[in-house]
Design a protein around this ligand. Structure first.
Ligand code: C5P
Length: 273
């Protein structure tokens, strides 16, 4: 059996560039992995089987863990079953990339359990078929991502940062939020330079999806205001929400179902997170 951590991600900034003919949006975003993680136990077996520590996660073939396993079988021609136990800590419908991270972790686990038949760069390239955010996890945890999120430019780790993740009861569906983006008010400057400034300690946090999320779930705007009142310098939604990250000297004194202190993490080149 192989046990791996499957970390959550944040979008420290997220710019929507335009809407594409295929319905996706081109974006430019600084992605960062954080210590908040699921724990996943993998074992090769006769048949595919998944159990999960929480009830609201599908354990059938719609789970991205099985989509990743199917992709691995299709690309390598190898035949195997996979037994998985998922200990879920990352909230879903939060913009924290939990499902995408689980998929990337599954590809890494299969490659390890099957004696490394595939180069990591190839696994990363394949993984965009499972979801736009999956290839990012094959970076070392800090990357500037473009296209629909799948074009990953690896960056050096950022300076250490402790932060709080906060999520209300209500989640958000990613397509619902993208549908509400105001396509008439997009800026299209090159943001790689902005990403590099984070490394030098000059951080500009923003998320073009935040306004769209406030249209889908108006209570989020009041939640953000309350979190700012808790004393944080930065309060920003991650991805398509509905989770926020809060940076600075504040303490989240609100009564919310998910509040957790965490920090940026990175992985070493030859090991998972
Ligand atoms: O790639 P993924 O399956 O995670 O995307 C889920 C949905 O989010 C897409 O079907 C699309 O509606 C929206 N999306 C988008 N532009 C992106 C990423 C996702 O419009 N760059």
């Amino acid at each position: 059996m192989l046990t791996l951590r499957s970390p959550a991600k944040l979008n420290l900034f997220l710019q929507i560039v335009n809407r594409r003919e295929d319905g996706y949006h081109n974006l430019a975003s600084l992605f960062q992995t954080i210590e908040l993680h699921d724990t996943v136990h993998f074992a090769l077996s006769k048949e595919d089987h998944l159990t999960c520590s929480v009830e609201d996660i599908p354990t059938d073939s719609s789970n991205l863990i099985f989509k990743a396993a199917d992709l691995f079988r299709k690309k390598t021609g190898l035949r195997f079953g996979l037994n998985v136990r998922l200990e879920k800590n990352i909230p879903s419908q939060a913009g924290l990339g939990g499902g995408s991270s689980n998929a990337a972790t599954t590809l890494w686990a299969l490659n390890t359990l099957l004696d490394h038949p595939v180069e990591i760069s190839e696994l990363a390239a394949w993984s965009s078929e499972v979801g736009s955010d999956v290839p990012f996890f094959f970076s070392q945890g800090t990357a500037f991502c473009t296209g629909r999120g799948e074009k990953v430019q690896i960056l050096d780790p950022l300076p250490p940062c402790t932060l709080w993740i906060v999520k209300p009861n209500e989640g958000l569906s990613t397509p619902d939020v993208y549908r509400r983006v105001d396509l008439k008010n997009l800026s299209a400057c090159n943001l790689l330079q902005l990403a590099n400034q984070f490394g030098a300690g000059y951080s500009t946090y923003f998320n073009d999806l935040e306004k769209a999320a406030f249209l889908v779930l108006p209570e989020l705007k009041a939640l953000k205001a309350s979190l700012i009142e808790c004393g944080f310098d930065t309060v920003l939604m991650t991805g398509s929400g509905s989770a926020f990250f809060c940076i600075g000297d504040g303490t989240p004194t609100l009564n919310l179902p998910f509040i957790q202190k965490t920090q940026f993490i990175n992985r070493k080149a030859d090991s998972w997170y």
